[in-house]
Design a protein around this ligand. Structure first.
Ligand code: Z5A
Length: 210
């Protein structure tokens, strides 16, 4: 595997979208071939699963069904998009990956970590991100940013306590996987967050900033 696998994580409204833009600009300046993708989603089939997951009007999936749908989409995404890119030397920038499952389905929903770890191993084997940016923000602030965008999806309608558990699970994961996690204070300005991300990538991958 030659390409690098970069993931961006955080609760709603943490600022993942602008963070991805700053990663893309740095890779472009360094003439690095990359793709940007997201989870849930990333392929036609996985985007259909995403729609089911975020849908609010239809029958809501029970927690185990939600978890299995997420890994079903992930299997498709890894096989059809992520691994072919990495194996071809193309970098992959992914808006959320399995750390989100540990945070939302583990921390938020309360599903067992061992169950998620087993599915992770079955679905990914040894595939893990090379670097993960966790945009950490108080749920109150993140949700207030997200709410300004209009209609809320099924996750965004959860109680504040749910997002507090998600945040704690993310921070725990960052401690357990400190070799690849970079935690950023996402209550800072978008410019400041972008500066730190670029600085981290420049150092980790010996890139140029010109
Ligand atoms: N999910 C799951 O449960 N399990 C899994 O395994 C996976 C996902 C992979 C969809 O994800 C849902 O799937 C997600 C968890 C679940 N829950 N929800 N909802 P998603 O990533 O597609 O959706 P999202 O989390 O809702 O994304 P988001 O709200 O778009 O977050 P964001 O990308 O971090 O926010 P943003 O669009 O960059 O920023 C939101 C607004 O805040 C925007 O107006 C910005 O201009 C503003 N903003 C951003 N940063 C700043 C700063 N620093 N200062 C001021 N204003 C800012």
């Amino acid at each position: 595997m030659i390409g690098q696998f970069i993931t961006i994580e955080g609760i709603e409204g943490a600022g993942k979208t602008s963070c991805i833009g700053c990663v893309e600009r740095l890779l472009t300046r360094n003439n690095i071939e990359y793709i940007t993708t997201r989870e849930p989603g990333g392929t036609n089939l996985a985007e259909k699963i995403r729609h089911i997951l975020l849908e609010t009007k239809d029958e809501p999936p029970v927690d185990l069904c939600e978890l299995l749908l997420i890994f079903a989409g992930r299997a498709q995404h890894i096989h059809n998009v992520i691994l072919p890119a990495l194996n071809a030397g193309i970098w992959v920038v992914c808006d959320r990956f399995t750390d989100a499952t540990f945070a939302y389905q583990g921390g938020g929903r309360g599903l067992k970590t061992e169950l998620i770890s087993d599915l992770e191993l079955i679905t990914q084997k040894d595939l893990r991100p090379n670097i993960t940016f966790l945009l950490d923000v108080e749920p109150e602030l993140g949700l207030s940013r997200a709410k300004k965008r209009g209609e809320l999806d099924r996750f965004e309608k959860e109680e504040l306590e749910f997002f507090k558990r998600v945040r704690e699970a993310y921070l725990d994961a960052a401690v357990r996987n400190s070799e690849r996690f970079f935690v950023l204070d996402a209550s800072e300005s978008e410019e400041q967050v972008a500066r730190i991300i670029q600085k981290t990538l420049l150092k980790k991958f010996s890139l140029k900033n010109e």
